[in-house]
Design a protein around this ligand. Sequence first.
Ligand code: GLN
Length: 534
Amino acid sequence: MKETKYIFVTGGVSSSLGKGIIAASLGKLLQARGFKVTNQKLDPYINIDPGTLNPYEHGECYVTVDGHEADLDLGHYERFLNVETHKANNITTGRIYQNVINKERRGDYLGKTVQVIPHITDEIKRNIKMLGSKGDFDFVITEIGGTVGDIESLPYLESVRQLRWELGRNCLIVHLTYVPYLAAAKELKTKPTQHSVKALQEQGLQPDILVLRTEHNISQDLRKKVALFCNVEPSAVMQSIDVPSIYRVPLNMQQERLDEVVLTKTGFDLAKTPKADLTKWTAFVERMENATEEVHIGLVGKYVQLPDAYKSIIESLLQACTYNDRKLKLELILSDKLDDSNVADALGNLQGVIIAPGFGPRGMEGKLAALKYAREHNMPCLGICLGMQAMCIEFARNVLGYADANSTEIDSTTTHNVVDIMDEQKNVLNLGGSMRLGAYKCHLKKGSKVYEIYGKEQISERHRHRFEFNNAYKEEFERNGMSCSGINEESNLVEIIEYTPNRWFIGVQFHPEYSSTVVNPHPLFVSFVKAAIG
Ligand code: GLN
C-alpha cells in the first residue's frame, strides 16, 4: 500500500487568518496534480459537534452527506476539491474526550490512569490516521483550529509532535501567521511571526513551511529574515496576500510554489510528478472577475449581522452568478424588522430573494411578509428549509385563507399546522438525535420546474431539520397551484414545493447550498439566478 502523507496546518498571531482556505488551496493544488487528497479539521472546543452552536458563535453549521453536523471549513473543502467530506473529516475535543471516556467505562484501559498523554493524544492520532489508513488518499491535510498558544490546542499540537516523530518525511507542518503593516512606520513587521514560531517550538514543533498573510507584498529580503529567525528554508517562506476572492488563493499559492515545496519535502521528485491542471478552476476565477453586470439578490434571515452564518448559501449564489456571467450584489435583510408596511422598500429593487433556513420563531413573521411580497410580485424566490416551511405557511394563510396557519415549531396551538412533526418522519429520524440529517433521496415529478432544472427524476440532497410539510394539506395545496413536486418516497415526505402560477417560486426542505462547488455549481441556484436576470 502506498504511504499517505500527513500535512498539518497551524495558525499563529491571530485567528481568522484563513487557515481553512490555505488548507483547501493546498488540497486543490495537489489534487490538480492528480493526487488523491482529503482535508480534515480539528476543532479545539468541547462541544461534541457544532450542531448545538448558535451561528453567531462559529458561523453556519455545515452538514455532510453522512449526516454529520460540521464546521463550516468542511464547506470550503468540498467547494474547493469537489469531493465529499464525512464525519471523520471533522473532530472536536468533545468527541475525543467522549470516545476516551466511553473506552474507560468499558474497561479498555485495563486499570490504567487515563491521562491527556498518552490517552487523549492517542485518540487524536487515531482520528487523524484513520483517514489515511485505508489507502484512499495520498495526502491528508489536517487543519488545527485555534491559534498556537491557546490552552485548548495543546493536546493537538502534542499529537502532531508525536506524529512528526513517527512519520518522519511523511509528515509536514505548515504554519500560517500574519505580517502586519504599520502605516506610520511604512513597514511590514515580522516580529509577531517570530514569536508565533517560538511558541510552536516551545511545544516541540518546528514548522517546515511558513505562509505569511499580508496586505502588502513581502520582499525577498524580509522572507530571508523570517527564514533565518525561524529555522525555515527561504524557499519555504511564502506570502498569502489579500485577494478580492478566496477562489484566487490557490492560484496565488501556486505562484508561491506551495505545492512544489510540499512535494519536495515529502520526498517526491518534481520532475516525475505531473504538472497541475487548473484549467477549470482558472476559467471559473476569470469568469467571476470578468463579470461586470450586476444581479441584485436579497437574502432574508435572522443572522444577517454575521454573513458567515450563511456561508454556503452566499458561496452557492456567487458560483451561480459566475456561471450566469453576472456579478452578485447581495442584500442581507434582517427578517426581524420586516413587515407588510416596509417590505416593498426592502425588496422593491431586488431581482430575486432567498428565504433562509433557521430555527425558532424569531423573524418568522418577517419571512412571511417577504414571501407574500415575492409571490404577489412574481419575484423569483427560493425558500430553503425553514424558508420552504415559511412558504407553506404564507400560502396557507394568504391563498387558502387559514389566518392562523403555522408550523408547530412556531405555534403549537394552531389548528392549521401546515408544518408539523410527521409520523412518517419519526420513522427516519436518526437514532440519538431528533433531526433528519444528511442525504436523502427525492423523486421529482415529471413536467415540474424542478424536474426541468435537475434534468432527472431521482436526486439526493442533504437535510437538517425536525419539522415536515403536513401531508394532510397536500391535496388542497396542489389544487390551488402549490405543486408538491419533490417527494421522499421511502417515507412519503414532501421535499419540494413550487408555486406554478409564478415564473420561479420554489421551496426546498433540504439544503442545496451544501453541495454547490466551484466546478459543479448547484442547478437550483444557477436556475434561480437565471430567472432573477429575467
Ligand atoms: N427549524 C426547522 C426544522 O427544524 C427548519 C430547520 C432549518 O431551516 N435548517 O424543521
